[in-house]
Design a protein around this ligand. Structure first.
Ligand code: AP5
Length: 214
């Protein structure tokens, strides 16, 4: 059983590494960012409620995230664990997950300085159907502008505009970064393994470092 959290600022490479780790560990990815974007794209009530929050870089309420996660964890593919990408994002969400009985085995922080984040975001391209991520320079698709698997067009995320990225970084430092100390201190009391990797390394090197630890 592996329940793994990926922590790190927006653009640190969580989504990129999440896909690789899920393949390695045979566990599903739970990405609240992907789930919320899907809700927006489908035009559901939830999507309409959160659309503006996503576009402006704020955080969706703990109540909404708690309900999404509870529902997702009830699916049979989570029986052997899951990879949590971008959740928890607040101490409140961490407490909710603990109350749901999720026992985390690993917490991985991908560390990247803020200055590098803004550069990365401007080059990110995404396949809307799957959430697969590319970067025009660092992780380009085989054919420019097209998803490697489906050949469908790639798009730029609305919240990757520089001013929104700065707001997301501010929210990260204020509300999510405290989770680093929260989980580091938990790891000193139980079998949870907490470790950090340098997100400035290449995608392959970051994955190699993570693989060694898990
Ligand atoms: P979410 O989708 O979770 O966004 P995020 O955490 O801000 O992270 P990103 O997806 O932007 O970046 P990433 O770390 O996954 O990096 P990536 O691999 O793409 O959330 C979006 C919004 O939803 C939030 O702002 C919030 O409003 C809401 N939300 C979601 N979850 C929530 C929650 N739990 N509570 C409340 N609200 C929530 O990589 C970035 C780029 O860099 C890519 O182009 C990639 O190709 C490239 N890259 C990756 N690794 C490397 C590398 N090693 N070297 C060079 N380039 C690299």
């Amino acid at each position: 059983m592996k329940n793994i959290i990926l922590l790190g600022p927006p653009g640190a490479g969580k989504g990129t590494q999440a896909d690789l780790i899920c393949e390695l560990c045979h566990i599903p990815k739970i990405s609240t960012g992907d789930m919320l974007r899907e809700a927006v794209a489908s035009g559901s009530d939830l999507g309409n409620k959160v659309s503006n929050i996503l576009d402006t870089g704020g955080l969706v309420s703990d109540e909404i995230i708690g309900a999404l996660i509870k529902d997702r964890l009830s699916k049979p593919d989570c029986e052997n664990g899951a990879l949590f990408d971008g959740v928890p994002r607040t101490i409140g969400q961490a407490q909710q997950l603990s109350q749901m009985g999720v026992n985390f085995t690993h917490v991985i922080e991908i560390f990247v300085e803020d200055i590098e984040i803004v550069n990365r975001m401007s080059g990110r391209r995404v396949h809307p159907g799957s959430g697969r991520n590319y970067h025009v320079l660092y992780n380009p698709p085989q054919t420019e502008g097209a998803d490697d698997i489906t050949g469908e067009p790639l798009v730029q995320r609305e919240d990757d505009k520089p001013e929104t990225v700065l707001k997301r970084l501010e929210v990260y430092h204020d509300q999510t970064k405290p989770l680093t100390d929260f989980y580091r201190s938990l790891s000193q009391k139980n079998s949870l393994k907490f470790f950090q990797v340098d997100g400035l390394d290449s995608v392959e090197k970051v994955f190699e470092n993570i693989s060694k630890e898990i």
